[in-house]
Design a protein around this ligand. Structure first.
Ligand code: FAQ
Length: 318
C-alpha cells in the first residue's frame, strides 16, 4: 500500500469514528489540520479563562462583604483551574505550555474579546458572572460532546463550575435590582455595557466564520456560532424581565413563527477592532499577564529543581 493510500484509509477510519460519535484520543491517528485546529481552539479557550481572571480579580479588595469576597475569590480560582485543565488537554496534542504562553504573550494567539472591556463597578461583577459565564456555559454545554476526548471530559467539569458562577452573578444582579434606586441604576448600567460584548463571545456570524464548517464536520464544534448566540439571546430575555431591568436591545422582538427572538445587529466593527488588539484593555491585560508570569518564574524553577532531585534520588536507590 502506498503512503497516500494508507493516509486515505486512516482518514476514512477517522471519519467513521467521528460519525459513530466515538471520541478521538491523544494516541489515535488524526489529520494534521484537525490537530492544529484543536490546539488553536483549546489554547485560546485556556487563555480566555486565565486572562478572564483579571477583571474580577481587580474587585477582590472592593467586594461589599466578606461573604461576597469569599464567593468571588473561589470563582476566580475556579477559572485558573479551567485554564489548567484546558492547557493540559492541549498538551496531549503535542504542544508545550511554554509555546502556548509565548503565543499569547506575543499577541499571536487570541483570547475572548469580552475580557478587553473594563470592569468599573460592583454591578459589573454581577454582569460578568451572569452574562459572561452565562454565554460561556451555553457554548461549553455543547462542547461536552466535542469529538476530542480530553477536551470533552474537561468540559464536563468546567460546565458544573460555570453554572455556579452564573448563579452567583445573577444573585448579585438580583440584589442590586431589588435594592435602592442607585443600586438598580448600577445594575442597569452594567447590563447595558456587558450585553453586546457577551453576544460577541459567540464569534462572527456563521457566514463569516472561518473555522466553523470544518469544525462542525469534525464535530469539534457541535453547534454553530449563530445557533448558540440565539439560545443565549432567548434565555437572557426572560432573565432581564425578571430583574425588572430594561433590555439593552431596543429591536428585540419575539418571532412567533421562528419560536425565537429577533434582535438588533451587533457592532461588528467594534468586535473586529477589539480582537485586533484595540479594545480598552488589550495592552493592560497582556502586560499584567507577562508581569505575573515573570514574577512566578521562581515557582516553576523550584518545581523543576525539586523534580530533578527526586529523580536523582530514585535513580540512586534503583
Ligand atoms: N473573541 O472561525 P471563527 C469564559 C476569533 S470562556 C476573540 O468563528 P471558531 C469563562 C477566532 O478565534 C470564553 N476572538 O472561530 C470565563 C478566530 O480567530 P483565529 C472562551 C474570537 O474558533 C468567564 C476568528 O475569530 N470560550 O468566558 C471571538 O470556529 C468569566 C474567526 O472566528 C471559548 O473559547 C471572540 N469572541 O469559533 C472566564 C469556547 N470569536 O483563531 C473568566 C471555545 C471568534 O483564526 C470569567 N471556543 N474569534 O485567529 C469556541 O467555541 C470557538 O473558538 C468560538 C469561535 C465560538 C469562540
Amino acid at each position: 500500500m502506498s503512503s497516500e493510500e494508507q493516509t486515505s484509509l486512516q482518514e476514512q477510519q477517522f471519519m467513521q469514528k467521528i460519525n459513530a460519535e466515538e471520541k478521538i484520543e491523544p494516541k489515535d491517528w488524526m489529520p494534521e489540520k484537525y490537530r492544529k485546529n484543536l490546539i488553536r481552539q483549546i489554547s485560546q479557550h485556556a487563555h480566555s479563562e486565565v486572562i478572564g481572571m483579571q477583571p474580577e480579580g481587580n474587585f477582590l479588595t472592593r467586594a461589599p462583604s466578606l461573604r461576597r469576597k469569599a464567593i468571588l475569590l473561589s470563582k476566580i480560582q475556579d477559572e485558573a483551574g479551567h485554564g489548567l485543565y484546558l492547557y493540559s488537554a492541549a498538551e496531549t496534542l503535542g504542544i508545550s505550555r511554554d509555546e502556548m504562553i509565548e503565543a499569547l504573550q506575543s499577541g499571536r494567539a487570541k483570547y475572548a474579546s469580552i475580557f478587553n472591556y473594563p470592569a468599573l463597578t460592583w454591578g459589573d461583577m454581577g454582569a460578568i458572572g451572569w452574562l459572561v459565564d452565562g454565554a460561556a456555559i451555553v457554548n461549553q454545554v455543547s462542547l461536552q460532546r466535542t469529538s476530542y476526548g480530553p477536551y470533552a471530559r474537561g468540559m464536563i467539569r468546567i460546565c458544573k463550575e460555570e453554572s455556579f458562577h452564573q448563579r452567583q452573578g445573577y444573585d448579585i444582579m438580583l440584589t442590586l435590582a431589588n435594592g435602592t434606586s442607585e443600586q438598580k441604576a448600577m445594575a442597569q448600567d452594567s447590563l447595558n455595557r456587558f450585553y453586546w460584548p457577551a453576544l460577541m463571545m459567540f464569534g462572527p456570524h456563521d457566514s463569516e466564520s472561518a473555522h466553523s464548517a470544518k469544525s462542525m464536520e469534525w464535530k469539534i464544534k457541535r453547534e454553530t456560532n449563530d445557533d448558540l448566540r440565539q439560545k443565549f439571546i432567548d434565555q437572557t430575555a426572560s432573565q432581564i424581565e425578571f430583574l425588572g431591568l430594561e433590555h439593552p436591545d431596543k429591536e428585540l422582538k419575539w418571532n412567533e413563527e421562528r419560536g425565537h427572538y429577533d434582535s438588533g445587529e451587533i457592532d461588528w466593527e467594534e468586535f473586529h477592532n477589539v480582537i485586533a488588539g484595540n479594545g480598552h484593555c488589550n495592552r493592560q491585560r497582556l502586560e499584567h499577564h507577562i508581569k505575573a508570569h515573570e514574577e512566578g518564574a521562581w515557582v516553576r524553577e523550584a518545581l523543576v529543581a525539586y523534580n530533578a532531585k527526586k529523580q536523582a534520588k530514585q535513580a540512586e536507590v534503583a
